[in-house]
Write a protein that binds this ligand. Sequence first.
Ligand SMILES: Cc1ncc(COP(=O)(O)O)c(C=O)c1O
Length: 428
Amino acid sequence: MPKRLKPLTLALDGGTPTRTAPWGEGPSHYAGEIEALRRVLAGPAIPLARSEPIMQFRAAAAKLYGAAHVVTTSSGTTALQVALEAAGVGPGDEVIVPTMTDMGTFCGIFALNAIPVFCDAVAGGLVMDAAKLPPLITRRTRAIVPVHNGGYMADMPAIMRLARKHKIKVVEDCAQAHLAAIGGRTLGTFGDFGCFSTNDTKHVRSGEGGFVLCRSVRDARHMDLYADKCYPRFPGAPKKPAFPPLNVRWNALAAAIAIEQIKMLPAWVAWRRRVGDRLLDIIRDYPLLPHPVPEGAAPSYWWFAFRLDPERCRWSPEKFAEAVRAEGLPCRLGPQPNTVRWNLFRKLHRDPHAFRNYRPGPGLRKGAYDPRRFPETTRACRSVLDIPVNQHVTLDDTEDVRRVFDKVFVSLESTKMIESQAKNAGKS
Ligand SMILES: Cc1ncc(COP(=O)(O)O)c(C=O)c1O
């Protein structure tokens, strides 16, 4: 906690903001990508399916993320659907998911008429709590989908031990966690499948796109057929369609961009970690707590998450975030939504047959989605704060975080003291 600083008027109360410069602004795309696009467009047509840019991206991603096989798809959402189908998920199967995530995690589960079963969050964090999984497992559980929000991670070693014991497949949603790792092992390689998005907000940006990491050639081939209308485009592929597929192929232009992006990804992630580590150092000087991580974790900081320590500071997180934002620093309360409170789940809670495009069968019972069953999620949405991180955030920017926290903590502290003096004066 800063000492001996004179309280300044907060920007929230009409004072001068600590900073006015934009935070983390810079290009998302680079000259090499324009060249790569030019090369693809110089051909007679934009090539389809397993074309050269697609296969080059798959080979480069397999090497970089440490996977035996990579299958590409049109988005992170379709990567998850393709992986879930390959994991054997079908109508009425239960799929355990965290409470806080993006809609893309659910689309495949609904499309396959399977049943999302929520697991509450880890205390003080935004990811599923592995310790809360055992009572959720039933004979209908087909898969667990840990979501590694914001570049942080669920406890994959613990989840994998449990999944192996119960012979349940694990599909990791790494859309927000490219190259995050635990014990030197990249997320997406713990589970049977690791799914990534390359939409234009992610660590790797190609407009739209997705890919799945997997270990077995059998799964990779199955996913390739499922994602590409069962077309026989690789040696040994069945000549005629053998099961009902989708068409969720990736576009060669997006792949050409992404090849260039993943060349830069290790340096970008190293920089995000440098910024994240600096922010970790900074918050130690204040009554703040970092997002919890498993042992050996190396987050890839899509954002930096933290919260006020309730033992040392009783301010409203909402008021704190508001004061920080007014000082010129982007800071959100509850960066990930509590999905159990979405109208979609409220309706299914009342009527499991509420939607004509979703037929989960009798396994989904009335009353399945009661938000009161997820107290850590409710707490997290009211307490976890974030600051966005990317390769354009500088170390000078992180020093501004310190200046903003100094100002906000000292001012709020003095306001509190003035309030309590006024109260005491009123009493005497
Ligand atoms: C956690 C998570 N899962 C899945 C997705 C879906 O990715 P896409 O937008 O590429 O379909 C996203 C994207 O926002 C995401 O953040």
